[in-house]
Design a protein around this ligand. Structure first.
Ligand SMILES: Nc1ncnc2c1ncn2[C@@H]1O[C@H](COP(=O)(O)OP(=O)(O)OP(=O)(O)O)[C@@H](O)[C@H]1O
Length: 559
């Protein structure tokens, strides 16, 4: 986004400039900026090497002045680790008056291809351009600013082309570019605030992201915040630094607002994975083939700073006493049991799912009940055989077993604390879309398919991953309008069940003969016993029905 102070400079469609190295007289850099990106052409003794940094990889840039008493040093495009001169902010009094150069720093995170696909990762690169064609610093700075403004303009053009037209509607109190970050200090291993401060803030700074940080104090705090805060101030997006449970609160909090529909169309949601499962963060990167595993926080933060969003399906779930909005999964039977009961082994990390699954196989339970569904209608929706190459099944699902909430760092602050309305809990009600299904108490029409009997498991997911290392619905897309329903009935051999559980890490579980995977648009589960989960959280045992809300939300993604 462009700053107010950029007004006096108008961006050029393309810019081109030649730069020289002080130390290497024979080397010339031709740098060209266009809507394709930044083309760096190095010419040395007749040899030409060209590198293009695409604009999608650039997250920000800034102008600086050289620091007083800094070495007089050559400049060049360089990687971040090989700094060769010191610089100070344009407004600092600490500058070197004898150096009239203006420096432009361009921050990019480029994709490094590894020998194997899992080694791909994003790496930080800083391109430094030194402008000193003029005798006066102000003139050089003007040149540098011209480049900066053009880069920002080109970056914002990419963002705007991906936004729905309604994004530009005027509203007197809306703040377009401010992001609300909600951190759960108890997510995962309890390091969400530190992760945000140490890994996310530096990238936000490079990208000029304007944000407020709110640290939750207890469970449901984020849900109350979303219900009561003035979200028009956060048109830049709402980002959780936490796990899927925190985003679940955000989604359900927005659904408790009378203006839920407007808010879901206006606000992009983001997730910086600091939880234990992080199914959605992984699914988003998987959908866009981003190298998540090497650095999940970096990749997810880059999604946010690019400001581009993609539609995400939500699911409306109705139980006897509740309406819940979900973005990840519904479960009954073995996987839900493992998810809930292995919580006490959280300290052993991702192995707890494997260990606990094996334990559950010894005294394998089956559950009586009925599962009904409406098949999704689309030719493309066929479970496929695409599998990841990893081999370990793991589950680091979520439970609320946290303790101290005291903050150690004074640098954190709460956002918009004063804008809370005095809505009491009694006034809280779920708004959100109404159901298109028959009431839960009524029997279903014959257009539904029903399976009855004893089940080992019934589990449904909407994005591809239930957890970082659990590719549960290999064919799922973020907005395919489908609930991917999987069930196994009683009678499966232990060997096949082990094959199923192990295969969940790479998606090969769907090849298990007894496992049925069907894309559906709605489902009803009528359990007689067992445990139900929604997005990994236990809910009361009751009949439940769910329907897809296609593209109901939008999430930051490198679309
Ligand atoms: N400050 C807090 N103290 C205790 N519990 C909290 C706090 N803030 C949020 N919670 C609760 O913690 C639960 C889990 O949080 P979160 O999803 O962030 O982490 P996780 O469970 O480790 O990750 P995942 O959901 O990806 O498995 C949420 O459901 C939320 O209700």
């Amino acid at each position: 986004m462009m700053d107010a102070g950029d007004d006096y400079l108008s961006p050029s469609p393309t810019l081109e400039e030649t730069f020289y190295l002080i130390s290497k007289k024979n080397t010339v850099y031709r740098v060209k900026l266009s809507e394709k990106g930044l083309c760096l052409q190095k010419e040395c003794n007749g040899n030409i090497k060209t590198q293009t940094i695409i604009l999608e990889d650039v997250i920000g840039c800034r102008c600086m002045r050289s620091k007083r008493f800094a070495h007089k040093c050559k400049w060049r495009p360089r990687s971040s680790k090989k700094g060769c001169h010191e610089e100070v902010n344009e407004n600092s009094i600490d500058w070197d008056e004898s150096d009239v150069s203006a420096y432009l720093y361009i921050y990019a995170y480029i994709l490094k291809k590894g020998k194997v696909i899992t080694h791909r990762k994003r790496e930080r690169m800083i391109i430094t351009l030194r402008f000193r064609s003029y005798d006066k610093y102000d003139d050089n700075m003007h040149e540098a600013q011209k480049w900066r403004v053009t880069i920002k303009y080109l970056m914002s053009s990419i963002q705007q082309s991906s936004l729905p037209p309604c994004f530009f509607k005027s509203h007197d109190i809306r703040i377009e570019n401010k992001v609300l970050v909600i951190a759960n200090p108890k997510s995962g291993v309890g390091k969400a605030r530190e992760v945000f401060q140490n890994k996310v803030v530096p990238i936000f700074t490079e990208a000029d992201i304007n944000y407020d940080l709110y640290c939750t104090k207890h469970a449901l705090d984020a849900q109350t915040l979303m219900r009561t805060t003035n979200l028009w101030e956060y048109m830049g997006g709402v980002v959780v630094a936490g796990g899927d449970g925190l985003l679940f609160e955000v989604v359900n909090g927005i659904m408790e607002r009378p203006d839920w529909s407007t808010m879901f169309s206006q606000i992009k949601l983001g997730i910086i994975p600091c939880g234990s499962g992080n199914g959605l963060a992984k699914s988003i990167s998987h959908a866009f083939n981003e190298p998540y595993d090497q650095n999940p926080v970096l990749v997810s933060t880059l999604n946010v700073v690019h400001g581009i969003s993609t539609p995400l399906d939500l699911v409306r779930i109705e139980t006897k006493n509740k309406i819940i909005y979900s973005f990840l999964s519904i479960g009954w039977g073995l996987i839900s049991d493992v998810d809930i009961e292995s919580e006490r082994f959280r300290s052993i990390g991702s192995q707890r799912f494997t260990v606990y699954s094996v334990a559950k196989l010894i005294g394998l339970k089956t559950y009586k009940g009925r599962v009904s569904y409406i098949p999704a209608v689309s030719e493309q929706l066929v479970p496929n055989d695409d599998c990841d190459t990893k081999s370990v099944v793991s589950d680091e699902g979520r439970r609320d077993s946290f303790y101290s909430i005291a903050s150690k760092k004074s640098a954190y602050h709460s956002a918009a604390g004063s804008s809370y309305e005095s809505l009491t809990e009694e006034n809280v009600r779920a708004f959100g879309p109404s159901s298109t299904l028959p009431p839960l108490s009524q029997s279903l029409p014959s257009t539904w398919t029903t399976i009855e009997g004893d089940f080992v498991l019934v589990h449904a997911a909407y994005p591809s991953h239930l957890m970082t290392d659990c590719l549960f619905a290999p064919s799922a897309k973020l907005d395919d309008g489908c609930i991917w329903l999987c069930y196994i009935k009683a009678g499966i051999s232990r060997a096949h069940l082990v094959q199923f559980l192990m295969g969940m890490s790479n998606g090969s579980h769907i090849k298990t003969p007894e496992a049925v995977m069907i894309p559906v648009s709605a489902l009803r589960i009528e359990p007689e016993s067992g445990q139900l989960t929604v997005d990994g959280e236990a809910i009361e045992l009751s009949p439940l029905q769910a329907e897809i809300l296609p593209s109901a939300a939008q999430v930051f993604a490198r679309a």
